[in-house]
Design a protein around this ligand. Structure first.
Ligand code: DON
Length: 551
C-alpha cells in the first residue's frame, strides 16, 4: 500500500516518461548529434565509436560547448566490466605563469575569460583518438565524416541554438571571425536557417583523412599557432605537439549497495560525490523525504563542507598531491558529518577538514550504452558558453577559455564563483581543476546508470542529486533528472533553490540560518541512461533541448 502510494505521489509530482529502447541508447544535448550516434550504433559501431562521432557532430551543431578547441573527460565501462577514465583536459601553455591574469595592482583581469590569452592547449581530438584506438571498432575517418557533412552542407538551426548564438553577442562580437561565422556579421541567424561552416568542414575533413595528428602537428596546428602568435595568445606549435591525453584510474565508491564509478582528479567530481554520499548516508538524509526543508538542509550542509575541501586540496594530480584517500575515507566522512547540526553553519566558520600532510599515498554531456552493454559517459567543454569567443582564422572552430578554471589568484572567485588556492594555481603544462564528473553506477556487478552534466561548479551537486533520486527515491531516470535541485558551494555562502521548491520550504531554510536564493538559474543539465532488466531508459535534462534515442 505504502509503495503504491509513493508511486502515485511521485508520478503525479513529476510524471515524465523516459525514452525506452531495448538494445542501445544515446543521450546528447543536441538532437542532430544524438541521431548521428544512433546511426553509428546501427551500422555496427560500439558505444565508443558512437561517442567519437557524436563529439565531432556536436563540434558543429552545438557551438556553445561542442568542440575540437576544448577538452574534457570520458568515463568508460566496457561490457566485460573493465573501467577507464580518459583525461583530455586542456593544459596551460608552456608560456603560462602563475600571475598572468593579474594587473599591476594584483587585481584579476578579464583575460582568463575572454580572448586569445584565455585559451588552454586543446585536448579533445587527442582524447577521442585515445578512446578510439583502445576501444573503437569502426574506422576513424568514418566517425569524423558525419561532422564534415554537417559543416559542409549545413544544418538547420533549432530555436535553442539560434537563441544561444544571439545571446552570445558580447562574447563573440569582438572577434571578427566569430562575428562573421557565428553571428552572421551582426545580423544574427533565425531558427530554421541552414548554417554552413565551410572552414570548419575543411578542418574536419583534414582530421578525418589525415588522422588526429593533423590537429596537433599538421596544417590545423600551424594555422592555430599562427593565429595565436599574431594575437597575443600563448599556445604554440610546441604546446600542441606536446599535448597528450591520459588514462587514469576511476575512483570507486559505495553507496547503499551500489558501486559508484567516479571521475578522479583533475576532476573534482568523484572525490566530491563519494565524500558527500558518505556524509548523507551518515545523516540518514533521505528519511526526511523529497522536497522537505530537512532534506535540503542536509544536502546544503554536506555540499558546503565538500566545496571548502575542494578549494583547498584539489588540483592537477600530476602537479600536486591530492589527498584522495583521506577525503573519501570513512573516518574523515564521519568527522565531517559530526559537525552538521540542525542549524546552518555559516561558511565563514567552515574550513577544510584536517588532512595529514603526508598521505600514503555552458559544457556538454554524452551518455551511451550499446547493444553489448558497453557504456560511456563523456563530458567536454569550451568552459564558458562559446569559450574564449575566439574562432581561429581559417579553421572555423571556437577556442576554449579553460584557463579561467585555474585559481588566478588565491581566494578570488572564477566565473562560477569558485575559489581556490595553491593546489590549483597556474603552472606551465598543468591541467586546471574541473567540476566535470562523468559517472557510472553499477549494482551487483551490473550496469545501472550512465550519467553526467554540464553546469560549472553545479555539475557535481546536480549529478549527485539525480543519482540519489534513483537510488533513494526510486524515480525513473527522467523524473530523477527533472526533479528540482539545489546547490551550495561554500563560497559564496548561498543556498540556491531551483524553481519548484516551495516558498514554505525556502522560508523554513531561512529560519534555519541559510541565505536562500530562489530561481537562480538551473543546477546543471543532467543527461543519463538507466538500465532496467530488459529496457534502457534514456533521459535528456528537461531543462535542456537534448534528445535521447535508441533502438
Ligand atoms: O571544467 C569545469 O568545471 C568547467 N569548465 C565546466 C564549464 C561548464 O560546465 C559550463 N557549462 N554550463
Amino acid at each position: 500500500m505504502k509503495a503504491l502510494l509513493t508511486l502515485l505521489l511521485t508520478s503525479s509530482l513529476f510524471a515524465h516518461e523516459p525514452v525506452r529502447a531495448r538494445k542501445a541508447m544515446v543521450v546528447a544535448q543536441e538532437p542532430i548529434a544524438t541521431d548521428v550516434g544512433v546511426d553509428i550504433l546501427k551500422r555496427g559501431g560500439n558505444a565508443y565509436d558512437a561517442a567519437v562521432a557524436v563529439a565531432f557532430a556536436l563540434a558543429v551543431t552545438y557551438p556553445t560547448a561542442g568542440n575540437i578547441g576544448g577538452g574534457g573527460f570520458a568515463l568508460i565501462r566496457t561490457a566485460s566490466g573493465e573501467t577507464n577514465f580518459i583525461d583530455f583536459r586542456e593544459k596551460a601553455p608552456a608560456g603560462a605563469t602563475r600571475d598572468m591574469y593579474l594587473d599591476k595592482d594584483g587585481k584579476p583581469t578579464r583575460d582568463s575569460v575572454s580572448g586569445w590569452r584565455a585559451v588552454g592547449v586543446p585536448g579533445t581530438v587527442r582524447g577521442l583518438e585515445l578512446m578510439h584506438k583502445k576501444y573503437g571498432k569502426l574506422k576513424w575517418a568514418d566517425l569524423v565524416k558525419p561532422s564534415v557533412g554537417l559543416a559542409k552542407n549545413g544544418f538547420e538551426l533549432s530555436y535553442s541554438v539560434a537563441r544561444g548564438l544571439k545571446s552570445a553577442e558580447r562574447q563573440l562580437g569582438g572577434f571578427p571571425e566569430s562575428k562573421r561565422l557565428y553571428l552572421n556579421n551582426g545580423a544574427f541567424y533565425d531558427a530554421g536557417y541552414r548554417l554552413r561552416l565551410p572552414e570548419l568542414a575543411r578542418t574536419l575533413d583534414r582530421i578525418a583523412k589525415r588522422g588526429p595528428n593533423e590537429f596537433y602537428e599538421g596544417q590545423t596546428a600551424k594555422l592555430l599557432a599562427d593565429g595565436m602568435a599574431k594575437n597575443g595568445g600563448l599556445v604554440t606549435l610546441e604546446d600542441l605537439k606536446a599535448y597528450q591525453a591520459k588514462e587514469r584510474k576511476p575512483l570507486m565508491g559505495k553507496y547503499h549497495g551500489h558501486d559508484i564509478i567516479a571521475s578522479p582528479p583533475p576532476s573534482s567530481g568523484g572525490i566530491g560525490m563519494i565524500q558527500m554520499m558518505g556524509v548523507l548516508d551518515r545523516l540518514d538524509y533521505a528519511k526526511a523525504g523529497m522536497g522537505s526543508a530537512k532534506l535540503a538542509h542536509a544536502l546544503a550542509e554536506t555540499m558546503r563542507r565538500y566545496y571548502a575541501d575542494r578549494s583547498q586540496f584539489l588540483g592537477d594530480p600530476d602537479f600536486v598531491k591530492v589527498p584522495v584517500a583521506t577525503l573519501t575515507s570513512p573516518a574523515y566522512v564521519a568527522q565531517r558529518a559530526a559537525t552538521i547540526t540542525d542549524r546552518a553553519t555559516p561558511s565563514s566558520e567552515i574550513q577544510h577538514g584536517p588532512v595529514p600532510a603526508e598521505e600514503s599515498t555552458e559544457t556538454t554531456q554524452i551518455s551511451i550504452v550499446d547493444k553489448d552493454g558497453n557504456a560511456l559517459s563523456l563530458t567536454y567543454t569550451l568552459n564558458g558558453g562559446y569559450g574564449s569567443g575566439v574562432t581561429a582564422p581559417g579553421l572555423g572552430f571556437l577556442l576554449n577559455n579553460e584557463m579561467d578554471d585555474f585559481s588566478v589568484k588565491p581566494g578570488s572567485p572564477n566565473m562560477y564563483g569558485a575559489v581556490g588556492g595553491q593546489a590549483n594555481a597556474i603552472a606551465p603544462g598543468k591541467r586546471m581543476l574541473s567540476s566535470m564528473t562523468p559517472t557510472i553506477v553499477t549494482k551487483d556487478g551490473k550496469l545501472l546508470l550512465v550519467i553526467g552534466a554540464p553546469g560549472g561548479t553545479r555539475i557535481i551537486t546536480g549529478v549527485m542529486q539525480a543519482i540519489l533520486n534513483v537510488i533513494d527515491f526510486k524515480l525513473n531516470i527522467q523524473d530523477a533528472i527533472d526533479a528540482p535541485r539545489l546547490h551550495h558551494q561554500w563560497q559564496p555562502d548561498r543556498l540556491y533553490l531551483e524553481r519548484g521548491w516551495s516558498p514554505d520550504t525556502a522560508e523554513i531554510l531561512r529560519k534555519m540560518g541559510h541565505t536562500v536564493e530562489t530561481g537562480a538559474g538551473g543546477v546543471s543539465n543532467v543527461h543519463g541512461i538507466l538500465v532496467e532488466d530488459r529496457w534502457l531508459q534514456g533521459a535528456p535534462d528537461g531543462r535542456s533541448n537534448g534528445k535521447a534515442a535508441g533502438y
